[in-house]
Design a protein around this ligand. Structure first.
Ligand SMILES: [Fe+2]
Length: 118
């Protein structure tokens, strides 16, 4: 498992499974639908579920191949703080908006940030 992404990967895998189930269900419903408009609606829903599934799969692959930025919202102002790809726990970054400093920490295999008072 990729360090720091335990919960994120669990949520993404669960979402991926739901999208797979939905795609399968919508395709089945489209196949048995007699009404053309109902059939098209289920086909549209199946394509949407497939799009979601593919997007989730790309994110999971990016995380597992360390090709995913680790970023958080600033705890003070809400601006994005980017720790980049493959950061080390203990790395420090400043919020580019409010200039407060934060450290990347690990909490049970999930990345988190800790405010560093100045
Ligand atoms: Fe900030």
């Amino acid at each position: 498992m990729r360090e720091g992404f335990k919960s994120v990967l669990e949520f993404l895998e669960a979402d991926l499974e739901i999208e797979e189930e939905q795609e399968h269900l919508y395709n089945q419903l489209a196949a048995v639908s007699k009404d053309v408009k109902v059939k098209e609606t289920f086909q549209h829903l199946a394509r949407a579920a497939k799009g979601h599934k593919d997007a989730l799969g790309r994110i999971i692959r990016d995380i597992e191949s360390d090709n995913h930025d680790v970023s958080f919202y600033c705890l003070m102002c809400g601006w994005e703080i980017d720790f980049g790809k493959m950061p080390s726990v203990g790395n420090e970054e400043r919020c580019s908006l409010c200039c407060q400093k934060f450290a990347l920490v690990d909490v049970d295999n999930d990345y988190a940030i800790k405010y560093l008072p100045q």
